[in-house]
Design a protein around this ligand. Sequence first.
Ligand code: PMP
Length: 346
Amino acid sequence: MKDFNIQNITRENVKKMSPYSSARDEFKDFTHTMVYLDANENPFQNGMNRYPDPQQKKLKAILSKQNKIPENQILLGNGSDEVLDLLFRAFCEPNKDNIITLPPTYGMYGVLANINAIENKEVLLSSDFQPNVNEILDAVNEKTRIIFLCSPNNPSGNSFDDESILKILKNFNGIVVLDEAYIDFSENESYLSDLKLYPNLVIIQTLSKAYAMAGLRIGILYASPEIITVLNKIKPPYNVNVASQEHAEKKLLQSTLEAQVKKIKTERNKTINALSNLSFVQKIFPTDANFILIKVDDATKRYDQLIDKGIVVRNRSNQPLCENCLRITVGNKEETEQLITILKSL
Ligand code: PMP
């Protein structure tokens, strides 16, 4: 982090390029009293005949106020998957650079590395799903651009130790992505307030989980203004559509988050209690997320039995350190009751 310099890690073509300038970029003071003949849109008003605001200013203003982060430190995308992809395209040179991921973790980091022709150096988590910090720092070379940390981690559900996260942040001169998709289900604080301390920190959050808007596809990236400027240069101009922006603005102003998270945590505890009384469940891993990873006697058998009874969980057995593991998302009260009844009957 001491020598972090965004110029050193931005791709040459990105440094040199001029971004696409859309009609709405050129004329920014968008109000409905003007006559808009600049974007080849259909003039018949129906609420969606106009292109969306490329900078999603209203949505960012709400997020900025709620999370106390300046708007110029926020980038929105079509789901977190899009903002993650933008990081590769801005900072990783295909066929040259590498990233580090910590399996078992969210699969898209590796998939995006593949798509972008970036080597993915995998450093396994420890048996209690914590980062092996020294091994991670040993794996860094002069071509390492990004280290991906997911906390709470998917699929294990646990949060990473602060000490490990901070050591990586302090000792790596590239970008540290901290994926906080599940942070609202955790008792731990987000790292958002640390953005001012670490210019190499990028925090990813999403409206898909605790905010209950997976269908809208809105991912949030918080970082330094310098990182956001580079990403804005390469993002598709209209990447968050009108309907998603409007729905998200409305929903963020309603206060359903805390009540829903509380209910999900209650169901999580009920599920954990029920699971702990089942003979075929060998281990229930600690979770700070809205899912529970369990080790069972025979994951494929139990998965198939649940499918037969109409319940779909995720078999994570093919992931390292997850042999015979199932990942169960916490549902609502009725779904939890159904799950528990069926589990008891197996
Ligand atoms: N990060 C993690 C850790 C996830 O588990 C997921 C989705 N399962 C995402 C990001 C993607 O979220 P989004 O819906 O915002 O693309």
